[in-house]
Design a protein around this ligand. Sequence first.
Ligand code: FO1
Length: 312
Amino acid sequence: MTAAHYTVLAGGTGAAKFLRGLVRVVPEEDIHVIVNVGDDTNVWGLHVSPDIDSIMYGLAGRLETQRGWGLRDETFRCLEEMGRYGMPDWFRLGDRDLATHIARTELLRSGNTLSEVTARLAKSMGIEAAILPATDDAVRTKIETIQGTLDFQEFFVREHWQPEVRSVTYAGAEEARARATVLSSIRESRLVIIAPSNPITSIGPILAIHDIRDALRCTRAEVVAISPLIGHAAFSGPAAKLMEACGYEVSPSGVARCYHDFLDNIVIDVQDAALAASIRYETIGVQITDILMSDDAAATRLAEFVVQLEQL
Ligand code: FO1
């Protein structure tokens, strides 16, 4: 029996863009998305899961694509009022988005796991893909900077990723366990795709869960990563800065190195074609195409290209 589904390891914005293409190429119900929870945070007592929400809103066609996070047609009146009360307002929760965080927090409080809550919210949004948090345990990305240790959102949003970074750690990852559905999704997939997300803070926390990294090493499926970099620059965000801080070369070769122990192929941009020989030398196959997802049509072309790699 051949496996029926495609598994995507995902962070937020870049992954959400890619999935908009993938749903146009394969049936949505055949897509399993394993999502980073290292960016999760607590705001005003609410459990916020930014990457899960970006994927959910993206698949529901409701993501604010200019910003890359939150819902379309959003207002921020509650945020304004909270600011008036002197509550922290640097993390901008929109009025509609708040409903997601309130519902998630309440469902978690009444004893559901993050996986159960996510499945329920996604179903209510009419999403047919399976959105699987990498773990139900608390794994949190910590950024060690010269100003001290910051939570990911403090570094990324409050400090605009300016502080000098010494290292990145994933608190709780050692003890965290992946759910059986996450592991079987990887093991029984027809193709595993690492989305063009930040290798350190989006994919890194997923891979820091030992069961998941082991499943990737053991799966018979092809494992294909899409580079989140063209040349030495990230599409968006601090990927380049964080890769450098963690000792990786800032290039698609450095991305391949992050995944060296399980990766079969990396998809890089035509502009980086000259790098192919050096990456292939490391026994990882290199596939070259236009990886910039400037619109849905470009994301669809990229998804078509990646899906045909299953045949390799
Ligand atoms: N990103 C920002 O740059 N500024 C914000 O105020 C902000 C608020 C926010 C609220 C909900 C949510 O789900 C995401 C939000 N993000 C915001 C995005 C988020 O910080 C990052 O894009 C991801 O964690 C990185 O993948």
